[in-house]
Design a protein around this ligand. Structure first.
Ligand SMILES: *[C@@H]1O[C@H](CO)[C@@H](O)[C@H](O)[C@H]1NC(C)=O
Ligand SMILES: *[C@@H]1O[C@H](CO)[C@@H](O)[C@H](O)[C@H]1NC(C)=O
Ligand SMILES: *[C@@H]1O[C@H](CO)[C@@H](O)[C@H](O)[C@H]1NC(C)=O
Length: 486
């Protein structure tokens, strides 16, 4: 009796120790710069960016060597013939052998027209809200999005309308579309917004994800949809995970976003990433919602993003890819026009003359010159604080489309920038729907989950298959909560 109690206590302590060890592995404190440092670094860098062909070529080469995205990113008839064993990358000892049921579902070969020129990878971070990046994104030649994001009217200005490849987590099929066991119409209808994109599903990552993925395939195929289903190749997911692990993105599941960026770096001539900002406060010190379309937070203690962000930021700084973390510069007309106005003003022309010569409204001339006077020399101008009138300026965005852009560097480059107590604290938040969804079997957290799975398996060995599926499903939902995607 007594000894049983001690044994019970012992196992509690053992469990606690394991927990603490896991905690330190996941939050190794020393490895990451603090949020504040990261944000300050981003502010220091400002809008400056220069393409670096050496870096682009280098990363394409590295990714081709490790992961061969051209050939391997999807499951194809060519790389997965009948009888091929696909090992689930998010499970322990689970595999699917390609058979007569699944083989016909695969595309023949990599369907993408390579090389892709300008690619946009769009994360779902709240930083996109009010970013006005829609046009910028839509101008790319190939647009990748994460986890069936909403593209309805109210978001168009910020996220654009076009897409070419959209990922879909199997769990979304379960949660949003009743696993496609009832009507499939809602699913098919909601997919129309993605035009004739590729839907990229990790069908062979977690065992419970396979059936919903296949059902999604049939739902699209049966309605002769213009969308093409591609199944993510688990081997590719695993090798990409290893690639980043070697570059100090450890101990966590890789995010869908990082997978897509890796894919883009391997396939595209130029990559721009939008909506990647894993902090709860934006560059303008305003709170940032978790997604651009909602603010449902993931499990608090699971933060993979800052680490990934740091890696992406390194790539941005070296010119290998471009990260858009603030507002996008206004389209055609804004900046060049302002330059013309200012240069005429400098050479002594009056407002009226400039208005007539450039055929622009007087208000634009006035605001351009006003802004120039105020922030003209922004890059070297140390500014201790924001003048009270500055807020009003930003509202003149319609008249002077360049306003935001001009203002941004001034603010970005402000010296002695500190985060004071009264400012919102910079908590890490995982505000990218794209993040942490696809498990990587090689990482500790997965091991933890594997242990959990094993435990589940033991506990429910006697249950019926349906019962087990249900439990595994809810377990996957938990995993997914870490990454959030609904
Ligand atoms: C360009 O990229 C290469 C490879 O990543 C790097 O070594 C080099 O420093 C980069 N150049 C600049 C100017 O950042
Ligand atoms: C699969 O289909 C092919 C031809 O349709 C057939 O020859 C083969 O025996 C089938 N294999 C199995 C395992 O059913
Ligand atoms: C597929 O694309 C064609 C041409 O763009 C369009 O006319 C048709 O309505 C689309 N079909 C569906 C199901 O969306």
């Amino acid at each position: 009796m007594l000894s049983r109690r001690y044994r019970g206590k012992l196992s509690v302590w053992a469990a606690l120790c394991v927990l603490v060890l896991c905690w330190y592995y996941i939050y190794p404190g020393y490895r990451l710069p603090s949020d504040k440092d990261i944000v300050e670094e981003v502010l220091r860098q400002g809008e400056a960016w220069q393409k670096n062909q050496t870096g682009i070529d280098l990363y394409r080469k590295l990714l081709t060597e490790c992961c061969d995205p051209r050939r391997m990113f999807a499951v194809t008839k060519e790389n997965s013939p009948l009888g091929k064993v696909l090992w689930y990358d998010g499970e322990f000892y689970h595999s699917h052998t390609v058979n007569n049921d699944t083989y016909p579902l695969f595309v023949q070969d990599n369907p993408l027209q390579l090389p892709l020129k300008k690619c946009a990878v769009v994360g779902n971070g709240g930083i996109l809200r009010h970013s006005k990046c829609g046009k910028d994104i839509d101008q790319a030649d190939f647009i990748m999005r994460c986890n069936l994001p909403p593209l309805s009217k109210e978001y168009v200005e910020d996220v654009g309308t076009r897409s070419h490849l959209v990922t879909a987590n199997p769990s979304i099929i379960e949660k949003r579309f009743q696993n496609l066991l009832l009507s499939r119409k809602a699913f098919v209808d909601s997919m129309k917004v993605y035009g004739s994109s590729y839907i990229y599903m990790p069908a062979f990552s977690m065992k419970p994800g396979t059936d919903p993925s296949l059902r999604a395939y049939y739902a699209l195929a049966d309605t002769s949809s213009n969308l093409t289903m591609l199944f993510a190749n688990p081997e590719f997911l695993r090798t990409v995970g290893k690639f980043w692990k070697a570059r100090s993105v450890h101990a966590r599941r890789l995010s869908t976003g990082l997978f897509l960026v890796s894919l883009a770096l391997g396939l595209c001539e130029e990559v721009t990433a939008y909506g990647f900002w894993p902090f709860s406060v934006g560059l303008d010190e305003q709170p940032v919602s978790h997604h651009y379309y909602d603010n449902i937070l993931p499990y608090k203690w699971f933060h993979a993003m800052p680490e990934e962000f740091v890696q992406l930021w390194h790539l941005h700084k070296s010119g290998t890819l471009r990260m858009r973390v603030g507002r996008c510069p206004p389209q055609e007309g804004g900046r060049p026009q302002r330059h013309r106005i200012v240069s005429r003003h400098k050479s002594g022309e009056g407002y009226r003359k400039i208005t007539a010569a450039l055929k622009v409204p007087m208000s634009t001339v006035v605001s351009s010159i006003h802004e120039w006077k105020k922030f003209g020399n922004t890059r070297t101008l140390p500014r201790a604080g924001r003048p009270s009138g500055e807020k009003g300026l930003s509202q003149g965005g319609d008249q002077e489309p360049d306003g935001h852009f001009v203002r941004a560097p001034a603010y970005l480059c402000r010296e002695r920038r500190t985060f004071q107590k009264e400012q919102p604290s910079l908590q890490q938040s995982t505000n990218q729907a794209c993040m942490v969804e696809w498990p990587d079997g090689s990482q500790l957290l997965s091991k933890r989950h594997m242990a959990a799975h094993l435990e589940f398996a033991k506990m429910h060995l006697k249950d019926s298959q349906t019962m087990r599926n249900k439990i595994l499903w809810s377990d996957e939902t938990k995993i997914e909560l870490f990454g959030v995607n609904a």
